[in-house]
Design a protein around this ligand. Structure first.
Ligand SMILES: Cc1cc2nc3c(=O)[nH]c(=O)nc-3n(C[C@H](O)[C@H](O)[C@H](O)COP(=O)(O)OP(=O)(O)OC[C@H]3O[C@@H](n4cnc5c(N)ncnc54)[C@H](O)[C@@H]3O)c2cc1C
Length: 424
């Protein structure tokens, strides 16, 4: 007979999405159990935050705790064009109460320590962390998810029963593999590989911007300072390009960082690798119908588009807050109890933000010249907002409308008409 636990919400995955959801649920007085299969701290990629992601860290009450984890202050992102000749910078700015832009900063973090800190915060706030792997979703007689079965390292099986199952399992997309959500559809930036590690000895600028080096479509590199000594560097290319070199990952990485862009080469004349060289491939996907009676997904558990402009952590933390609000409305105030899908509005809102970033990325990759013109000449403020993560625009800004117009033209679709916008 399996042991059985009961709680309000069972969360699969103790990464940023799961831990943030738990913190926000605890604020509402709801109990959660997080199932996490890995021992923390563990290596994870995804180290540069957007401005609004930084605000979400502040909202989680972690401003002071950020001084105790390895991190750097990120004033913005600089994108170097092919050959390193041109560049544009997008500073991290927030909107003040008057709606004006003002300078702020966000962070770049080592995920091992950052994720541990977030999970510790969830635990301090009352969430139970259950070490083990979620192996099966449990359903009631109507087929509605009502818990998960967990396998511990010693083989013991535990049933965790809950009012709501929240999937924050990242790229393993637990509820999709269980057939609860829609299927995993390939994203626009599938069939690519990212090969990355941490280095010491890199030449640093005075300020610790996230640097992006563009070589050609879907072929680029990142440089993300993580602490006083360590920099995260990654190279992203089509998977076929990597395979054709017949190099191992380390050889490939060391050769590419000296070749991809002169602005990267000058920063890495002599670096030592302080982590193993790792790779992630085929990371771009989209799962639809990721909410329903008894379940919802946050972060990578339902969609990941492309890592170039660092939106992953932002979506994981923001959706953690949105999911907690939706669950609290449902369980405590009866919102949507009479509806077939009580979390439909949460799903619509998540897709609004992710679709915005999909459109921005499509424009960047397909029309880089138009994109650069929009960013540093035509719609500067709108793009500062987009890059900061202010992406839930019910009324698209003129910058976003321009992006959609260019994308539609590229696809030969009818072009959306630019609508007048109120000035900020
Ligand atoms: C190459 C690359 C570069 C990136 N760079 C950036 C960046 O610079 N900035 C940024 O913001 N984002 C970046 N991202 C994205 C970022 O890594 C993710 O979006 C982010 O980690 C998502 O958080 P999450 O909580 O949804 O998932 P995760 O952080 O992946 O957490 C999921 C957790 O669930 C656990 N888990 C999974 N399955 C189970 C199971 N069955 N049972 C129990 N536990 C389970 C895992 O062990 C893990 O701890 C990058 C992504 C890639 C691929």
């Amino acid at each position: 007979m399996n042991s059985t636990f009961k709680t309000d919400v069972v969360i699969v995955g103790g990464g940023p999405g799961g831990a943030a959801s738990a913190v926000f649920l605890a604020e509402k007085g709801l109990k959660a159990i997080i199932i996490e299969k890995e021992e923390f701290p563990r290596f994870h990629i995804g180290e540069s935050m957007t401005g609004e992601c930084g605000n979400m860290v502040r909202r989680l009450g972690l401003t002071e705790a950020m001084d105790n984890v390895p991190r750097t202050i990120k004033p913005g992102v600089i994108v170097y064009g092919q050959g390193g000749k041109n560049s544009f910078e997008i500073p991290v700015m927030r909107r003040n109460e008057a709606g004006e832009l003002e300078q702020t900063f966000t962070w770049q973090v080592r995920r091992g320590e950052f994720d541990q800190m977030l999970l510790d915060k969830a635990q301090q706030d009352g969430t139970v962390i259950l070490r083990g792997k979620a192996v099966k979703v449990l359903t009631d007689e109507t087929g509605t998810p009502c818990g998960v079965q967990v396998r511990r390292d010693d083989g013991q099986l535990i049933d965790v029963l809950a009012e709501v199952v929240l999937d924050a399992s990242g790229q393993t997309t637990f509820l999709s593999t269980q057939g609860i959500t829609g299927e995993k559809e390939r994203g626009n930036y599938d069939r690519q590989i990212a090969i990355y590690t941490h280095v010491k000895g890199a030449k640093r600028d005075e300020e610790d911007h996230t640097l992006i080096f563009y070589e050609k479509k879907n072929h680029w590199a990142w440089f993300i300072p993580l602490d006083d000594e360590t920099v995260s560097i990654g190279v992203v290319t089509p998977s076929d390009y990597y395979r054709d070199t017949k190099e191992d990952m380390r050889e490939f990485f060391l050769r590419e960082i000296h070749k991809i862009n002169p602005q990267l080469s000058v920063r890495v004349p002599d670096v030592s690798l302080v982590e193993e060289v790792r790779a992630t491939s085929n990371y771009s996907y989209h799962i639809r119908r990721f909410t329903g009676k008894g379940f919802l997904c946050v972060g990578d558990a339902h969609r990941f588009i492309d890592p170039i402009f660092s939106f992953g952590l932002h979506f994981a933390l923001t959706e953690g807050k949105l999911a907690a609000d939706a669950i609290a409305g449902y369980l405590l105030d009866g919102v949507g109890q009479d509806q077939e899908n009580p979390f439909a509005e949460y799903e619509r809102y998540c897709e609004l933000g992710m679709n915005t970033i999909q459109d921005v990325l499509d424009c960047f990759w397909e029309q880089p010249t138009a994109f650069a013109f929009f960013v540093h000449s035509r719609y500067v403020d709108d793009f500062i907002d987009l890059f900061a993560g202010r992406v839930y625009q019910e009324q698209p800004s003129r910058g976003l409308q321009a992006v959609r117009k260019v994308n539609a033209k590229q696809l030969g679709l009818q072009q959306p008409v630019l609508e007048p916008q109120p000035q900020h």
